[in-house]
Design a protein around this ligand. Structure first.
Ligand code: AMP
Length: 139
């Protein structure tokens, strides 16, 4: 399947729709997931178009995973999490719903389960507060 320039994350990259931004540079954008399955659930995406793990350029993937690690560490520290779950879904058969590659970073706490999919829409003030805390931890 070809990359769709009008997918929702492409629109977020072009600032056509808003997001709770955590980090941005020339290659990568990170923002809070709007339907968080754990407190602090965020997404990390490359700005370069790629549908998923099956078509992303290895060099773009290398930058993406490096930044994902950095942002995940900041999220765990900022929110006082005990650990994290990293997820990536490719194609509908793999559970993908938005067709611009993204890593899910889910901060986790001992004994606390992830909210099952589909999670309810998050509280916007809470998402903004978590994004601010993670941005501060990134320095
Ligand atoms: P998936 O493609 O299954 O890996 O999941 C797509 C994720 O994008 C879901 O967790 C959604 O909650 C999230 N999502 C969809 N639209 C937005 C949006 N506008 N802003 C932030 N997250 C979104």
């Amino acid at each position: 399947m070809p990359y769709d320039e009008n997918n929702i994350f492409a629109k977020i990259i072009r600032s056509e729709i808003p997001c709770h931004r955590v980090y941005e540079d020339e290659a990568v954008l990170s923002f809070m997931d709007i339907m968080p399955r754990s407190p602090g659930h965020l997404l990390v995406i490359p700005k370069a178009p790629a549908r998923n793990l099956l078509d992303i350029e290895p060099e773009v993937l290398a930058t993406l995973i490096r930044q994902t690690q950095r942002i995940a560490k900041a999220a765990v520290a900022a929110l006082g999490a005990d650990g994290l779950t990293l997820q990536q879904f490719s194609e509908p058969a793999g559970g993908q719903e938005v067709f611009h590659i993204h890593f899910h970073v889910l901060p986790r706490w001992d004994g606390v389960r992830i909210t099952p999919h589909p999670a309810p829409k998050g509280d916007m003030a809470e998402l903004a507060d978590q994004a601010a805390k993670i941005r501060a931890a990134l320095g």
